[in-house]
Ligand binder design. Structure first.
Ligand SMILES: C[S@@+](CC[C@H](N)C(=O)[O-])C[C@H]1O[C@@H](n2cnc3c(N)ncnc32)[C@H](O)[C@@H]1O
Length: 315
């Protein structure tokens, strides 16, 4: 396996969103989204690079008008595994269509069964309704609940995992992280949700240990145990830096970005379309950008790197 092998590509299909979650790291911009044909071309390039897994990011992916056509193209024409996450705001029938055309996994964001206590009450309420709808209406609902683990839900997260597990739904934990890279001022006031002092960290660690015990018992938990364990070391200072390059991240206008959180200083000189001819120059620039980052707590790059190491070992 080549050193520059990429495990997955995340495409930010749009930055537009029908909700305004105060903790969200994505800024809605006036930038024009790529058209269906442009995203299809981008997916051809991604596939030619040997990538098999595509993650559709947002904004809110379900408000992209041609989302079903794009997922259909990715799964049925290009044979890519394709997943996305929604806030369940509306468009239940669209979510169902995505599963019908072969979406590998539909993410729904719910962090609390007690919706009033949720970090985003409307999102939790809609998400729970969407999950019920999909279980009732889809032949094979492949659902993952994206749960932001924060100071408010740390006391009842096990209940939520249990609830989802009973319904055949996976839970994927994203530890809450607030503005670390400096430029997202609206995240300054997130002390209500962030794990900051020693007692916060203590309860985080103890809860994560209980989540690991559930995972070991076979509960439907998507994170690796390695991620959950390692997160304990970084929850306070959010200083977890990626090790290696295993993911591509593409913004809504086709520009390359470093990862989910940070628009790099070098990457945005490239668009996905440049990668046809300038892949090596991009990979070199991307490496420099990764070093400039101060860290975060998104699970995906760690999980992708783990997957890559396993694939290399198997060879
Ligand atoms: C950026 S949203 C995009 C998809 C969709 N609009 C949604 O709300 O589910 C993707 C996931 O990231 C989570 N997320 C956003 N900001 C976060 C933060 N500061 N810490 C942890 N998770 C966060 C959201 O709750 C959601 O599950």
């Amino acid at each position: 396996m080549k050193k520059d092998f990429i495990v997955n590509a995340g495409i930010r299909i749009t930055r537009k969103c029908n909700m305004k979650c105060m903790y969200c790291n994505i800024q809605n911009t006036e930038r024009e989204d790529l058209s269906l044909e442009e995203w299809q071309e981008a997916l051809n390039i991604i596939k030619d690079m040997g990538v098999k897994d595509v993650v559709i990011l947002g904004g809110e992916p379900l408000i992209y008008p041609k989302i079903v056509e794009l997922v259909d193209y990715a799964t049925n024409t290009l044979n890519l595994n394709c997943s996305l996450t929604t806030n369940g705001f509306s468009n239940f029938d669209k979510a169902q269509k995505l599963l019908d055309v072969g979406l590998t996994s539909l993410g729904v964001s719910v962090d609390n069964l007690n919706v009033k206590e949720s970090i985003s009450p409307l999102k939790a309420k809609n998400g729970l309704r969407l999950i019920d709808y999909l279980i009732e209406n889809c032949k094979a609902p492949r659902i993952t609940n994206y749960t932001v683990l924060n100071k408010n839900n740390v006391i009842n997260i096990l209940e939520l995992i249990e609830y989802m597990n009973d319904r055949g739904v996976y839970t994927y934990i994203i530890p809450f992280h607030w503005g670390n890279e400096g430029s997202f001022d609206h995240r300054k006031n997130n002390e209500r949700f962030a794990f900051i002092n020693e007692s916060d960290i203590d309860i985080y660690n103890k809860t994560v240990d209980k989540i690991i015990a559930l995972a070991q018992k076979g509960y439907k938990i998507k994170n690796s145990i390695a991620f959950l364990e390692e997160s304990k070391k970084h929850i306070k200072n959010l200083d977890w830096k990626c090790n290696g390059l295993s993911e591509l991240r593409i913004d809504s206008d086709g520009r390359m970005v470093c990862c989910c959180d940070k628009i790099g200083k070098v990457n945005d000189k490239f668009t996905i379309f440049d990668l046809k001819t300038k892949k090596d120059a991009f990979l070199e620039a991307r490496e420099k950008d990764a070093h400039a980052c101060s860290g975060c707590l998104w699970p995906s790059s760690f999980e992708a790197q783990l997957q890559k190491e396993k694939m290399v070992k198997k060879q």
